[in-house]
Design a protein. Structure first.
Length: 424
């Protein structure tokens, strides 16, 4: 090989090295952002089109949705894989997690109650099933399958690709690495009234094996954990939870409520789904002795359940897959909805007669002590009851600053907005 070829090869290698240097790995990018340095990402950030055939088809499907009188539902944003949502306390920008690697920032710049822009948040970072939540002072926490990150001032930095970031729980320390699983791997979080971070940790089995019980209780797998916002002082807040993907604190009582998805394969009508109340640390719920409500699991039928297990406050339709929930604090809806609980049911997968794919409502006592009435459907119609076909799968509910309700759909890839106008 002559010197010209060597020089050309060296130049190409140098150029390739420069390209690599401009494209750090996800972990390298995170470390650069922790140090307030740039990652070399393009300022021309990828966005999701909000007009066109997809948006038109989603809007057409909304004609199927049934709501109480005076309410209407509209497409708020096209968001691929939209699952759990966190509304920025300062700007109202909605951060939306997915089952994959994307975390989206959804902006309504014109304040016409329809999103103008949907773009990936912190594109240099590869997230793993991100579940976002905000603290009241504007810190965005992101609970992943086996890591927790925090983004101070996310509402300020999200316009560009590089954001202020830090690690709350390092990769591999939320759960033991050997317990990582494709099943029940989504995490949700909330910052409680004590200013601590709460994270749910679903256990990966239909019913956890007996030889895993001690390990799971030690780490809070199949439960809920709580920690300081910097990740210190971690404690297991609740156990006996199969897979909660919805947690919320009541605005008056300041106590924790959560949904739980129950055991599969026991038939169409058992066991029921659950809405649970955990007002204090150390409570123990029904799993693995109970598959939901009072239904005993086959795997633990030979054991006497321990004393002190807490039953659910609300039992819901079996296998409807109860997910995200939020207490309504706005004033835009009629009085009977204020202070009540909106919750999402994604819809069944192992039921011969499908159920779910709707938003439920539970009225609550003013002091937040518990439900004051029956849990009933509020928005439904994404499930065609004649054919069993799903036109959407509802995952989460969140409230905008104007008092309207956002609803996420990870199958259609959309966020809807439900608003109210008094009938004439």
């Amino acid at each position: 090989m002559n010197s010209v070829s060597l020089s050309l090869g060296a130049a190409l290698a140098l150029a390739a090295g420069l390209v690599v240097a401009q494209q750090p790995t996800s972990d390298e990018a995170l470390e650069r952002m922790r140090a307030m340095k740039t990652t070399g990402q393009s300022l021309d950030m990828e966005t999701v089109p909000q007009t066109g055939p997809t948006a038109d088809a989603i809007r057409a499907n909304l004609a199927r949705v049934r709501l109480p009188e005076g309410f209407r539902i509209d497409l708020y944003a096209v968001v691929p894989g939209a699952r759990h949502m966190a509304v920025g306390p300062s700007s109202g920008v909605v951060f939306v997690g997915t089952r994959k690697t994307d975390l989206w920032a959804v902006t309504d710049r014109t304040k016409n109650r329809t999103a103008d822009e949907v773009k990936r948040f912190a594109p240099a970072i590869t997230f793993t099933q991100p579940g976002p939540c905000f603290s009241p002072d504007g810190f965005l926490f992101v609970a992943e399958h086996n890591r927790v990150l925090v983004f101070p001032a996310a509402e300020f930095f999200y316009e560009g690709p590089d954001v202020a970031a830090d690690i709350v729980v390092p990769t591999g320390e939320l759960i033991p690495r050997e317990e990582e699983s494709y099943n029940h791997g989504a995490r949700v979080c909330a910052v409680g009234p004590d200013n601590k971070l709460t994270v749910s940790l679903g256990q990966p089995h239909n019913v956890q094996p007996k030889d895993k019980r001690e390990l799971y209780e030690q780490h809070g797998i199949g439960g809920i954990v709580r920690m300081e916002r910097d990740g210190s002082e971690r404690e297991v807040y609740a156990t006996g939870v199969r897979n909660s993907v919805g947690i919320a604190y009541h605005p008056t009582s300041k106590e924790l409520w959560f949904t739980d998805n129950q055991v599969d394969g026991m038939g169409d009508d058992i066991p029921p789904g659950e809405i649970n109340h955990a007002p204090r640390a150390g409570m123990r719920f029904g799993m693995p002795w109970f598959g939901g409500g009072s239904t005993r699991t086959t795997e633990y039928a030979d054991e006497t359940p321990p004393e002190g297990l807490t039953p659910p406050v609300v039992e819901t339709v079996a296998h409807a897959a109860d997910m995200g929930l939020t207490f309504y604090t706005g004033k835009a809806f009629p009085e009977q909805y204020r202070g009540g609980l909106f919750s999402a049911q994604r819809g069944s997968w192992n039921r011969t007669v499908p159920a779910g794919a709707r938003v439920m409502f539970t009225p609550f006592a003013a002091d937040g002590s518990g439900p004051s009435g029956e849990t009933i459907p509020f928005a439904e119609g994404w499930l065609d009851e004649d054919t069993g076909e799903y036109f959407g799968r509802i995952v989460d509910v969140a409230q905008l600053k104007d008092g309207s309700l956002l609803v996420s759909d990870d199958t259609a890839g959309a966020i809807y907005r439900i608003s109210y106008s008094a009938p004439n």
